[in-house]
Ligand binder design. Structure first.
Ligand code: PDD
Length: 266
């Protein structure tokens, strides 16, 4: 496979990162992740805008324009014959004398296989563990996922698919997805302490009656239906939080209707 590294398209095994890059030693860097469908990079413009915004907000220099990135990505898709796969863009914090201040980092763009959750998870829904946590610089797609990676041992052991973060009684998101709550036919999604997902954005466009509003932990537990959204999960029904069954314990009608609608756009 080919990737973009060292400012050019090269064979993936030649891509290297300096061990003192603060992306590694301080967890300081940004990334973004999108997928192709039938060789088409889905919603690329939105992902590139978010990547560029993440760089600006973290004071990292992205030495390529949106147009240049689009063209490199097109070339990678064709060279790797990436019909249905994932593409990761990564910008590191760079190597600095004080091992702390960001400098010019390295940009990598590489292609990955993509596995969606198994069909039975969409049919039956999955469980999340509720955990008190706030992501640092939440509206930026930073490379710092140390907390969920560490915590995943616990959620796996408890039969959960992932976590849902809450703080001060309010829910934000899952570790790599956004969350939506359905109650009495009304859909809500929180806006604070979240990464503004591109899938979330598409779902909001599919149903403009969805309310962007704070969601309490109690509303989460008392919901009729819950679902999470992300590039790698699309729309995944949640039927259990900790030991509490959500609604009927089966994916609800509103969630299933949105899953159907989402299928028509990607
Ligand atoms: N995660 N919130 C967080 C913290 C995320 O990392 C992601 C994406 C999302 C959903 O965003 P989108 O719909 O644009 O994928 C929300 C990617 C998929 C990942 O880290 O694997």
């Amino acid at each position: 496979p080919y990737c973009f590294a060292k400012n050019q398209i090269i064979s993936s095994h030649l891509a290297v990162i300096h061990p003192m890059d603060i992306g590694l030693i301080r967890g300081y860097g940004i990334f973004d992740f999108f997928r192709t469908s039938n060789y088409n990079p889905l919603f690329l413009s939105d992902y590139l805008d978010r990547f560029i915004r993440s760089a600006e907000k973290t004071h990292l220099t992205l030495p390529y324009s949106k147009e240049e990135l689009t063209s490199v990505i097109g070339e990678l898709i064709s060279k790797n014959n990436l019909e249905n796969g994932g593409i990761r863009m990564l910008l590191t914090g760079g190597v600095s004398e004080n091992h702390f201040s960001p400098t010019d980092g390295s940009l990598f763009i590489f292609c990955e296989d993509l596995d969606f959750p198994a069909p039975h998870k969409y049919e039956n829904g999955v469980k999340l563990l509720a955990v008190e946590h706030v992501r640092a610089i939440a509206d930026v797609k930073t490379t710092n996922y140390a907390f969920p990676v560490w915590h995943s041992a616990e959620w796996k052991q408890k039969g959960a698919e992932d976590v849902v973060y809450h703080h001060d009684g309010f829910v934000s998101e899952s570790s790599r997805s956004n969350i939506f709550v359905v109650k009495n036919g009304e859909i809500k999604t929180p806006d604070k302490h979240i990464l503004h997902g591109i899938t979330r954005k598409r779902v909001l466009e599919l149903d403009n009656s969805i309310k962007i509003q704070p969601v309490t932990l109690n509303e989460l537990l008392e919901a009729d239906e819950l679902f999470i959204t992300s590039t790698t999960k699309k729309i995944l029904p949640i039927t259990q939080i900790d030991e509490k069954k959500i609604g009927t314990g089966k994916p609800g009608e509103i969630t299933l209707a949105l899953i159907e609608k989402f299928r028509t756009i990607c």
